[in-house]
Design a protein around this ligand. Structure first.
Ligand code: NAD
Length: 368
């Protein structure tokens, strides 16, 4: 269920009067510790100037210190139930043959790609990018029906945009709970049976929710890490095992998030941030472990992307949208299709010498 006790304050995001955001209720003891201290005075104290060091300790109505750099422990967004999730649509008008010169190394022809979480959102768009580039795709998702519907749509779109094409990519859908290692093993075996082989993996199955750390329900915490971390780990290992057994080269893209490098504000989401930091470092660790086998592993860390779900949240919470976009140098959230080039680059031979990298697709969020 999407609990809408999220942000319902009036739009004061960029002003110093956002007292709810600037003066969260915190235990006094936190304010008695100052992280920055200096034993020697580096300047001559001028009694006429305000004392900035001690001002931060006082809590006044117009306090601004840390105003835009803090989480707000009143924000709670629970991941919605499956039935409440708005479905995604394939991107229109991008898939036809074109006659502009481009590097042949970007092609995905004769490759089979598994995309976890491919029934919706970013996973669906990345699946489509692979199909447009000529790959066969196995969509893996908890929601098999939606995966199948989208698999059929992707093939239909490809045929409409490439009339008379000799090779129509094969797109299939498979049920899997990525947090369950047995389910992962049987799904990869099923895909190998249907497609004959697997060359690439994209791990997009994952979710976030918002509770402040001390109120995070432990069962939800385990569920989140189970899908976002264990699921990524299990799938990457199973595909690596298959590639090593086949003595075949391959490449993988693990979907992290900018949250693996920064702490988002104002919504609190410590477990998700930690999970995505883990995903990023799993990519580097796997890259080193499997380099001997010709398997490259990279990470894509998206910023705030406008999927059907985030769009719904933005419409319901315009203040949150304002605050988020005020922190993005390009001034806008990303479109899911902004990941199409990134995923094809990292999967294909175009990135043959790139492994263990983290490609941030975040409109510059993490560099400021
Ligand atoms: N949307 C964003 O702004 C954003 C930003 C940064 C990173 N990400 C990451 O990108 C990935 C995709 O996000 P999205 O916005 O497309 O989410 P989404 O909810 O739209 O899609 C996720 C898909 O994963 C599937 N899934 C969930 N749990 C699963 C499980 N246990 N086993 C198999 N499939 C499962 C869902 O059914 C769904 O189809 C996630 O890992 C997310 O953390 C998203």
């Amino acid at each position: 269920m999407l609990t809408s006790r999220i942000i319902s304050r009036s739009s004061k995001v960029a002003t110093a009067t956002t007292s709810r955001l600037t003066t969260p209720v915190r235990p006094k003891s936190i304010y008695s510790i100052r992280p920055i201290t200096c034993s020697t005075k580096l300047y001559k104290e001028d009694k006429r100037q305000p004392n900035f060091a001690s001002r931060a300790l006082e809590q006044t109505e117009d306090d601004h210190e840390g105003a835009f750099g803090r989480t707000d422990n009143t924000i709670r967004i629970e991941h919605p139930d499956e039935m409440e999730h708005p479905p995604s649509k394939p991107i229109q008008g991008r898939g036809g043959l074109h006659f502009k010169r481009t590097l042949a190394s970007f092609t995905m022809e004769n490759r089979t790609v598994i995309v976890t979480g491919g029934a919706r959102g970013l996973g669906l768009v990345m699946s489509q990018a692979c199909v447009i580039s000529g790959a066969d795709v196995a969509i893996v998702d908890l929601n098999k029906d939606e995966g199948q519907r989208q698999a059929d749509e992707l093939m239909k779109h490809f045929q409409e945009e490439n009339p008379g094409a000799e090779n129509v990519p094969k797109v299939t859908a498979h049920y899997c709970d990525v947090s369950d290692n047995e389910s992962v093993k049987s799904t990869v075996a099923e895909i190998v049976k249907v497609h004959g082989k697997v060359d690439h993996l994209v791990t997009s199955a994952g979710f976030t929710e918002n509770f402040d750390a001390i109120a995070y329900p432990p069962d939800r915490l385990r569920k989140l890490w189970g899908v976002d971390v264990d699921g990524t780990y299990f799938f990457a290992c199973e595909v690596a095992r298959h590639l090593i057994d086949r003595k075949a080269k391959g490449s993988m893209v693990l979907i992290g998030s900018m949250s693996g490098a920064i702490v988002n504000v104002p919504q609190p989401q410590a477990p998700y941030n930690a999970a995505k930091a883990a995903v990023r470092h799993l990519a580097s660790s796997f890259a080193v472990e499997w380099a001997h086998a010709g398997i490259r592993v990279n990470c894509i860390s998206p910023g705030y992307m406008l999927t059907a779900l985030t769009e719904k949240i933005m419409i319901e919470n315009p203040d949150l949208h304002k605050q988020w976009t005020s922190l993005i140098p390009t001034g806008k959230m990303g479109q899911p299709e902004d990941l199409m080039g990134a995923v094809c680059y990292l999967l294909s031979d175009a990135s043959g010498y790139v492994t263990g990298a983290d490609l941030r697709v975040d409109g510059g969020y993490t560099i400021t």
